[in-house]
Design a protein. Structure first.
Ligand SMILES: Cc1cc2nc3c(=O)[nH]c(=O)nc-3n(C[C@H](O)[C@H](O)[C@H](O)COP(=O)(O)OP(=O)(O)OC[C@H]3O[C@@H](n4cnc5c(N)ncnc54)[C@H](O)[C@@H]3O)c2cc1C
Length: 407
């Protein structure tokens, strides 16, 4: 019998399993590989990492993780992130950009660690490849502790560190979990294992692994990759990751990553759409699975993204080769201030959950995994050090349910 079985070998699950092994517990990590058809949000090459966030809790989760990136690389012997900096551009009449400015001020000094660029001309002077639409803009530029990471590689490296430290990895699906007198029995696609405790960390699929449904909304998420021509690549050499929140629709954001090499060997600039208008909410596991497998992007989004790309980067030549990324975000219930946080909590004695990345957790997955490992291993059910209790009190991560039905 294992001390803990972690279900989901994605970003949060593999980080958690690594930390549990560090505490000398016997650990099983359960989840298929990408080649075996795993459905997760980590099977891509580019995710933005930044502490620039309107929500200080997400910024803290990111900061705690980012400071360990180098150690993960050193331990695994492979690189997974690139510090290219982050430029956030927003409409100054919206609170969003000012909240990010306050977060940045909590971590550093304006004019030294991050820079405010007031207006279109100031932003374009700093980033010559960029042309913003005519409007009021405020830019926040953070050159350090920000950039992009490969979520695919990070998940692989974390799982590799688990294996090296002696965890057993089962490359298969969990099909059901049941209470037993001594703990839990996990029915896997091709075998059965027993564990004293179980952590469900299966990303968007977590909602359907336990009988009491979590309050999680599953929203489609879409991005387009545009291949940059070889002669234009030098123009984007100093391109940071970018997030643009314009006056046209305050609910809509573009997140943009500089050209990154994809497994086909080509370099693509990624334009991701973050908004409600061109996305939809999926209700059932079948809907989520078929959306992920079909990989069909909203045609209107293709059009809008193409126009945005041409107007933001008019001097950059693209080859015309494109690729689409179709994904899911698992959105947790907003608290009274409207903030959505991950759920790191017990659903039942000995059955924990760490999920609800909300489309933002790749960068923060190491620390969310660490918090889950503390929850699963300590007598009190949470970390007890003063720093964690101050920055990450347990109440922030309490799971919310769709119904109040008792177990
Ligand atoms: C298009 C897109 C862009 C994003 N951009 C960013 C970004 O720029 N920056 C950022 O920080 N975050 C970003 N995110 C969010 C980030 O990728 C997710 O929050 C993160 O991957 C969540 O980690 P997770 O471990 O919860 O889930 P995942 O990484 O999705 O892992 C879940 C794992 O569980 C496995 N699983 C599912 N069901 C089972 C089962 N029954 N049995 C066993 N295993 C199972 C899956 O195969 C998968 O391996 C983005 C997400 C999307 C969709």
């Amino acid at each position: 019998m294992y001390d803990v079985a972690v279900v989901g070998a994605g970003l949060i699950g593999s980080a958690c399993a690594k930390y549990l092994r560090g505490k000398k517990l016997s650990v099983a990590l359960v989840g298929p590989t990408e080649e075996q058809g795993a459905l997760g949000s980590c099977y891509d090459e580019g995710r933005i990492y930044r502490i620039a966030d309107p929500d200080k809790v997400w910024a803290d989760l990111a900061e705690a993780s980012i400071q360990r990136y180098k150690a993960i690389e050193d331990a695994a012997g492979e690189a997974f992130f690139e510090e290219v900096g982050c430029l956030i551009v927003g409409d100054p009449s919206l609170d969003w950009i000012h909240r990010i400015r306050r977060t940045l001020a909590a971590f550093g000094t304006e004019g030294k660690d991050f820079f405010a660029l007031d207006g279109k001309a100031a932003i374009e002077a700093e980033f010559s490849f960029l042309r913003l639409p005519a409007a009021q803009w405020l830019g926040l530029w953070q050159p350090k502790r920000a950039g992009h990471l490969s979520p695919r590689r990070l998940a692989q490296l974390q799982a590799e560190l688990c294996t090296r430290s002696g965890a057993d990895v089962f490359h298969t699906q969990l099909e059901g979990v049941q209470r037993t007198p001594g703990g839990w029995s996990l029915r896997l696609a091709d075998s059965q294992i027993e564990a004293r405790k179980v952590l469900l960390a299966a990303g968007a699929m977590t909602s359907w692994l336990w009988e009491r449904p979590l309050d999680v909304k599953h929203q489609t998420s879409q991005a387009i990759l545009y291949e940059v021509s070889a002669e234009s690549r030098h123009k984007l050499e100093k391109m940071p990751v970018m997030i643009i929140n314009g006056p046209a629709d305050p609910q809509e954001r573009w997140y943009i990553l500089p050209p990154i090499q994809y497994p086909d060997g080509r370099c693509y600039l990624k334009m991701g759409y973050d908004g409600d208008a061109l996305n939809k909410i999926l209700q059932t596991q079948e809907e989520v699975t078929s959306w992920l497998r079909a990989k069909e992007i909203n045609p209107e989004l293709l059009l809008v993204a193409g126009e945005a790309k041409s107007s933001l980067f008019p001097s950059v030549k693209f080859t015309g080769r494109e690729s689409r990324i179709v994904c899911i975000t698992d959105q947790t219930k907003p608290n009274e201030q409207g903030q959505r946080r991950p759920y790191v909590d017990f659903l039942h004695a000995g059955l924990g959950v760490a999920t609800g990345g909300n489309g933002w957790a790749a960068k923060s997955s190491d620390h969310i995994g660490w918090l889950a490992s503390e929850m699963m291993s300590s007598d009190s059910g949470w970390a007890t050090d003063a720093e964690t209790l101050r920055r990450f009190p347990k109440a922030l991560f309490q799971a919310q349910y769709k119904t109040n039905s008792a177990l």
